[in-house]
Write a protein that binds this ligand. Structure first.
Ligand code: DAH
Length: 315
């Protein structure tokens, strides 16, 4: 019997032998059932035999289990020193990161974020912005017109109008979103993004505008100081209108944004009395700001969804 146990090769074999010994009809079970007919010495002997056999089964089971584990380890190798398979972690898109930076700066100045519809009516995209019907900005060359007379929003300035219509004055807001124009090259995409600021209250002046823009640019580009150049310009919805340039890397002037004092007609169109309230607006390319900050030169790449490009940008 002891030899038999030691010679088992598998756990199944051992289990079969165990059942034949200790099972309902097992040999040892039968002997134990007969215990009452034995004398004391024979009982003691049988008890010892029983205990020894159980012990033997247990140790053979341990041996076979260990052997099975070693066999498994030999074929299923686990090498904890191997490098893990590199995982592709998601990161923020440069535009998302830029918006997050821009909005936290503008919100710290008290501007509240607004959005608006990308399909706009003529009123919000043009007319209320003091853009007369003959203005070249309405030209078929630039604007995507829909059949029902609506347009794909050409500028986030439309959001200014919606915010003033809703809230009135005073108001301090910035609008963000996608804008659309028929143009396409490395620095122009038919869909791009703008960010627009508006501050209307009593006694708001051009110096408030320049102070906010300067502080904004300093924080956004992490610069101790920014050199600004203010050039007269023209936008239908501001009077006077300016363009703001920024000194870039000490030698170049970059056009950063359009701005100006909100035209009295625009305020009137939103039921705000221009004799009581005035203020400024500014608008800039969200994509362009991201390109400058991260040193990117092709706006179209923002929309390709090419992970290799994103990784190259350091994102
Ligand atoms: N909407 C203008 C554009 O798309 C940008 C702009 C200029 C916005 C002056 C303004 C502003 O709010 O005051 O070119």
């Amino acid at each position: 019997m002891q030899e038999q146990i030691k010679n088992t090769k598998t756990l199944e074999e051992l289990q079969t032998l165990y059942t034949a010994t200790f099972g309902k009809n097992g040999t040892m079970t039968a002997k134990l059932k007969n215990m009452k007919n034995l004398d004391n010495d024979a009982r003691a002997k049988l008890n010892r035999e029983n205990a020894a056999l159980r012990e033997l089964f247990k140790s053979r089971q341990t041996e076979l289990e260990n052997a099975a584990m070693h066999a498994a380890l030999a074929t299923q190798r686990l090498d904890p020193s191997l490098n893990p398979i590199p995982e592709n972690r998601g990161t923020l898109h440069p535009l998302t990161q830029t918006l997050s930076d821009v909005s936290s700066i503008l919100e710290s100045f008290g501007y509240e974020m607004w959005t608006g519809p990308e399909i706009e009516d003529d009123w919000h995209n043009f007319t209320a912005l003091n853009t007369p019907e003959y203005h070249p900005a309405r030209d078929m060359q630039d604007t995507f017109f829909l059949e029902n007379g609506n347009v794909m929003r050409t500028q986030t300035s439309a959001i200014q109008i919606r915010s003033m219509e809703t809230v009135g004055a005073p108001i301090k807001m910035f609008g963000i979103g996608a804008t659309y124009r028929k143009e396409m090259d490395a620095t122009h995409s038919p869909m791009f993004h703008q960010i627009e600021g508006l501050y209307i209250d009593k006694n708001i002046t051009m110096s408030d505008l320049i102070a906010d823009v300067r502080e904004f640019l300093k924080r956004f580009f992490n610069m101790d100081n920014v050199d600004l150049r203010i050039r007269p310009s023209y936008f239908p919805f501001t009077e006077p209108s300016i363009e703001i340039d920024m000194k870039w890397h000490g030698d170049r002037w970059l056009e950063i944004m359009g701005a100006g004092m909100v035209h009295p007609n625009v305020l009137r169109n939103c039921n705000i009395n221009p004799d009581e309230y005035q203020g400024f607006a500014f608008g800039f390319g969200w994509d362009r700001l991201a390109m400058l900050k991260y040193g990117l030169n092709d706006i179209r790449k923002f929309y390709d969804g090419d992970v290799r490009w994103l990784q190259k940008t350091g994102f």
